[in-house]
Write a protein that binds this ligand. Structure first.
Ligand code: ZN
Length: 294
C-alpha cells in the first residue's frame, strides 16, 4: 500500500499507480500512470483524476463502465506521462503551433509579462493565418447565406462571421480580451464534437475512480497541460526568453534554464523602458498638438 502525501504529490507518481481520496488509498502495481493530487482547499482534501484513453483489450486496465451499453464494449487504460510527452513531440506543424501559442498565451497572462504576451499574440495570429490559408471554402452562395444568418449573433460582418465559424479568426469579444480568447480556444480543443472529453466515474477493481475520459491522446495532452498540470502538477511551458517549449522539472518552473531567466529579466527591463519612452513621447506630441490647436 502506498500512501500519497498531499504536500509532496504535486505531480505524477511514477511507479505504482496511487489513488488518494480522503483517507483511503489504493495501489495498482506494475503500472506507471498519470495521477494528479490536487490540494483543493484549506481542509487539504484531495481529488485525483486518471486520464483515460481507449485501449485494445490486451492493453486495457478495464472496461469503460461509464459508456452507454448501446455501444460495443470498450476498454480503457490510464495514460503514462511519457506518452503525454511523446504526443507533444509528435504534433504536426499546425497542431504544434496551436499548442505552443496557447501555452505562450497562458504563461504570459499568468506572469503579466508584456513582452511575452506580445510574442504570444503574434503566435496566435500565425495560427489564424495558417488556418485561413488551409480553410476549405464553401460555395459562395452557401457562405453568403450562412454568413447573413449568423451575423446578427456574432456581431461581425457576414464574411467575418463565416471565418469565425470556421475557426480562422477570433470572435469580437475574444479579440478584445486575451483571457477570453484563451478560454475559448482551450475549451474548443477539448470539447468540440470530435474531441469531447468527459468527466466520468469509472468502476474498476472494486472501487469508483473519478477520471477524465479522452477520445484520443491529443485531447488528453490538452487536458493534462491546461487543466491538470496548472493545479498542482508539472507540465509543458513556453520559455519566455527563447519561446521554446519545455517540460517542467518542478511546478513553479517558468524558464527552461536559469540563464534564460536572467536574460529575459534584462529583456523585460529594456522593453518596459522602451514602452515608457514611447508613451511619454506620445504624451508630448499630444500636448504639443493641443497647444498648436489653441
Ligand atoms: Zn529558454
Amino acid at each position: 500500500m502506498v500512501e500519497c502525501d498531499v504536500e509532496s504529490a504535486s505531480g505524477f507518481c511514477n511507479g505504482d499507480f496511487v489513488f488518494c481520496h480522503g483517507a483511503s488509498s489504493l495501489t495498482i502495481t506494475n503500472s506507471t500512470v498519470i495521477v494528479l493530487c490536487v490540494k483543493r482547499d484549506q481542509y487539504k482534501t484531495v481529488t485525483d483524476f486518471a486520464l483515460l484513453v481507449p485501449a485494445s483489450e490486451p492493453d486495457a486496465m478495464g472496461e469503460a463502465t461509464f459508456l452507454s451499453e448501446t455501444e460495443c464494449v470498450r476498454h480503457v487504460r490510464a495514460l503514462k506521462l511519457e506518452e503525454i510527452k511523446k504526443t507533444a513531440k509528435g504534433l504536426k506543424r499546425a497542431e504544434a503551433e496551436h499548442f505552443d501559442a496557447l501555452l505562450a498565451l497562458r504563461d504570459s497572462l499568468e506572469s503579466m509579462d508584456g513582452l511575452a504576451r506580445d510574442n504570444a499574440v503574434e503566435r496566435m495570429k500565425r495560427v489564424y493565418r495558417r488556418r485561413e490559408s488551409e480553410r476549405p471554402k464553401y460555395p459562395p452562395e452557401v457562405e453568403r447565406i450562412l454568413g447573413e444568418t449568423f451575423a446578427s449573433f456574432s456581431g461581425l460582418s457576414p464574411e467575418e462571421t463565416i471565418k469565425y465559424m470556421d475557426g480562422v479568426r477570433s470572435g469580437p469579444k475574444a479579440s478584445a480580451s486575451l483571457q477570453r480568447l484563451f478560454s475559448y480556444e482551450v475549451s474548443q480543443a477539448v470539447g468540440s464534437l470530435l474531441h469531447n472529453a468527459q468527466i466520468v466515474l469509472w468502476w474498476m477493481e472494486g472501487a469508483f475512480r473519478p477520471a477524465i475520459y479522452c477520445p484520443d491522446i491529443k485531447t488528453a495532452l490538452y487536458i493534462h497541460t491546461f487543466f491538470l498540470a496548472p493545479v498542482g502538477g508539472v507540465g509543458f511551458r513556453i520559455c519566455p526568453y527563447d519561446g521554446e517549449q519545455f517540460f517542467q522539472d518542478r511546478p513553479n518552473q517558468e524558464y527552461c534554464c536559469p540563464a534564460h531567466r536572467e536574460a529575459h529579466r534584462v529583456a523585460r527591463f529594456r522593453d518596459k523602458k522602451k514602452r515608457k519612452a514611447a508613451e511619454s513621447g506620445k504624451k508630448v506630441r499630444e500636448s504639443n498638438g493641443t497647444k498648436k490647436a489653441r
